[in-house]
Ligand binder design. Structure first.
Ligand SMILES: Cc1ncc(COP(=O)(O)O)c(C=O)c1O
Length: 389
């Protein structure tokens, strides 16, 4: 074990199951460890380095901003935050945004917004949020409470009340969970941590219909699915549905911490002065980088290219005997295996110079959106050889 691993394990709380790779530097979809070994990256730091390692335009914007002004507080204005907000609203069709620092914070904002929307209009008593069984919404106490997995509901009592879990794709169960206390329904279009499982069109349509009929907010947690990951800016586009509130994080920062909560015209002004805040949220350096991420996604043909690359990788995987099924959307890929175990596949891939992820019993792939065809083919070759080996 290297000195860096020993230092880490000695002084950092052991909350992560780390792989024995010390990432030293990277470019594009390839990184190099402390011993000079190279890896193709099919994980993007869990869907975060959307433009790969140290993308030139992104790095330049970040470096320029860090030398100009690195932080101001949200008691003042600054250009990168304004530019990012305008671009995000223009690209997404949402009206206003709140900036935080992570996916969990983006979801905290959405939860607060939904409860206040209902309080402002209907008074007390309408504060239940329906989320889905097997969902994942973050690690803060409120977002853990929102997460519909029993495994996350131990040790940290008391959890936040007012969450109810409906079974994904079960319309009857969803209706059973509804009553007059409900103020929002919160979903991931593709459950990421839960095992890369997409919702059915009919289920998503029913959620939109219920939310319209009852004037409750539809919240889409697009922390993992959003910002080009599925080959669209937001995965909701595949379903032809627009949530009232959409959260994003991960990929929008290109590797720097950011969380965004987007609201439509109906609820854009619910959180007024003093109702919410964040010291670092919308930090100038992070926002300057995020503008470059969005500009990249917005370039003609870029997202189409992501969809094509995803289709290529999926078809390579689907052709393998060992692969039972390939799930997810676009570059959010879950692989169900017939005989092999996902952790063993992950270890064998690392050995051969490929970084992959797992989700539940599946191998999960979230390659950088900018990966070149050459890197993609080289990574696919390694993965296929491991799966067929
Ligand atoms: C769908 C979803 N929501 C929220 C989160 C939490 O994001 P963060 O770790 O940035 O707080 C995640 C993280 O994996 C996620 O996948």
């Amino acid at each position: 074990m290297s000195q860096i691993m020993e230092q880490t394990n000695a002084h950092i709380m052991g909350t992560y199951g780390r792989n024995e790779v010390v990432v030293d530097h990277g470019t594009g979809a390839t990184c190099t460890d402390e011993n000079g070994k190279q890896y193709i990256d099919f994980g993007s730091g869990i869907g975060t380095t959307s433009l790969g390692f140290c993308n030139e335009a992104w790095a330049q914007a970040v470096c320029e901003q860090v030398r100009k002004v690195q932080h101001t507080s949200n008691l003042f204005y600054h250009a990168p935050q304004a530019q990012l907000a305008e671009k995000l609203c223009a690209m997404s069709g949402y009206s206003k945004v709140f900036f935080g620092n992570s996916g969990a914070e983006a979801n905290e904002c959405a939860i607060k917004l939904a409860r206040k929307y209902s309080f402002d209009k209907y008074g007390e008593g309408r504060n239940t949020i329906i989320t889905l069984v097997n969902s994942f919404h973050g690690r803060t106490i409120a977002t853990l409470s929102a997460t519909g997995q029993d495994v996350f509901h131990i040790y940290f009592f008391p959890f936040v009340g007012g969450f109810r879990y409906a079974k994904a794709n079960d319309i009857a169960d969803l209706h059973e969970k509804l009553d007059d206390t409900v103020c929002a329904i919160m979903i991931e279009y593709v459950q990421g941590e839960g095992g890369v499982m997409a919702l059915d069109q009919a289920f998503v349509d029913e959620i939109r219909k219920i939310c319209d009929e009852r004037d409750i907010l539809m919240i889409a947690d697009e922390v993992q699915t959003g910002i080009g990951r599925t080959g669209r800016l937001f995965a909701g586009e595949y379903f032809g549905v627009k949530a009232d509130v959409t959260t994003a994080a991960k990929g929008i920062g290109g590797g720097l911490p950011i969380g965004v909560c987007l609201a439509n015209a109906k609820c854009q002004d619910v959180l007024g002065k003093g109702a919410h805040g964040s010291t670092f949220g919308g930090n100038p350096v992070v926002c300057a980088g995020a503008v470059k991420v969005l500009e990249t996604l917005d370039a003609p043909g870029f997202l189409e290219g992501v969809r094509e690359k995803a289709a290529y990788l999926r078809s390579r995987l689907e052709a393998l005997d060992e692969v039972e099924a390939v799930s997810g959307l676009g570059f959010m890929i879950g692989i169900t295996l017939k005989t092999k175990k996902a952790p063993e596949v992950l270890a064998a891939c690392i050995d051969k110079g490929l970084l992959v992820l797992t989700a539940k019993e599946k191998v999960r792939l979230l390659p950088p959106l900018t990966i070149t065809q050459k890197e993609l083919e080289a990574g696919a070759d390694i993965l296929c050889s491991v799966l067929e080996g």
